[in-house]
Design a protein around this ligand. Structure first.
Ligand code: PDD
Length: 299
């Protein structure tokens, strides 16, 4: 389900065009500044955008979310609409039609100090990973998930570079043969809820209704999540944006995880099979609808 599982990594080839530090350069010539706060403090935000048949999918939603992320961490002086233009230009220069675009804005280089220097200027880096075109009718991917404690910060609505907790949880999941770790947060009020996956939103089907955590500070407001929920409402399915417990998740009829790069049916959570242990009808329908949307350029 992941980029690496399909053999496509985020790292661009050395001869690929990338955008870094104000200009279009070959990836091999980009170079990196050791004092970049994106490296020393994970001080930055990012977006992952998909291109299908040359078109960026739901790009307005990505641009809007990038704007919110930048504002939330007071990263100033960047117009996200410009990232979209640079990204389109990279598609043109590389001559690709189907790709995943990575947009990153970091605080910029300065001598290492916990205090951000007001003079530090952001570094913008964009690159693409080409992939095969989507074929409508492709069956939904399936995989196992594990549960993991959600130990991330409390601004998960910001698409920030602080990815170590997610990466460690996902690595443990992968070593256990699972495709995703579904995170469970012990909240300050004593409740405990499923939030999202390490790089996905989680949607369960419970008694015929779609259930997913509200888009608050505990989860990223995923673009795919919003497209799927919009579709579900449009076709008359019930949607409950409410927290659910791990027990509810494990007893759900269907569970899926979704992100810009995938809709994946979760067939078991830990040792609990989900439904009959194979992709259910709602998941299959949502996946098919998503493929139609990306191919049709809707959003
Ligand atoms: N991840 N939740 C988290 C924590 C994510 O990192 C992502 C996306 C999502 C899904 O959001 P969207 O549907 O907008 O892609 C939810 C990207 C793909 C990544 O980090 O590679």
């Amino acid at each position: 389900m992941t980029a690496s599982a399909s053999g496509l990594h985020y790292a661009p080839r050395d001869d690929a065009w990338v955008f870094h530090g104000g200009s279009f350069v070959r990836a091999g010539d980009a170079g990196f500044n050791l004092h970049e706060r994106g490296v020393t403090f994970g001080d930055g935000v990012y977006e992952v955008v998909r291109y299908d048949a040359g078109r960026a999918f739901a790009v307005d939603r990505h641009v809007a979310r990038m704007r919110r992320s930048l504002a939330a961490v007071a990263l100033e002086g960047i117009d996200p609409a410009e990232l979209e233009r640079h990204s389109d230009e990279l598609m043109r220069r590389n001559g690709w039609r189907d790709a995943k675009a990575y947009w990153q804005v970091t605080r910029g280089p300065q001598p290492r100090d916990f205090v951000i220097d007001a003079r530090t200027r952001p570094t913008v880096t964009l690159w693409l990973s080409p992939r095969e075109p989507v074929v409508p009718g492709t069956p939904v991917a399936e995989g196992a998930a594990v549960l993991a404690e959600d130990v991330r910060w409390l601004r998960c609505d910001v698409k920030s570079l602080l990815l170590m907790p997610a990466s460690l949880a996902r690595t443990r999941a992968s070593r256990a043969g699972a495709v995703e770790a579904i995170l469970v947060r012990d909240k300050a009020d004593g409740s405990s809820h499923v939030t999202e996956g390490t790089s996905t939103n989680v949607i369960a089907v419970i008694r015929g209704r779609l259930v997913t955590h509200p888009a608050d500070r505990y989860v990223l407001a995923g673009v795919t999540r919003s497209m799927l929920l919009d579709h579900a409402r449009a076709v008359g399915w019930g949607v409950d944006e409410r927290p659910m417990t791990a027990q509810e998740l494990c007893a759900a009829d269907e569970v899926l995880v979704c992100s810009t790069t995938q809709v994946t049916a979760i067939t078991s959570v830990g040792s609990e099979p989900i439904g009959p242990g194979a992709a259910g009808p709602v998941t299959r329908a949502l996946h098919a609808a998503y493929l139609k949307m990306v191919v049709g350029g809707r959003g």
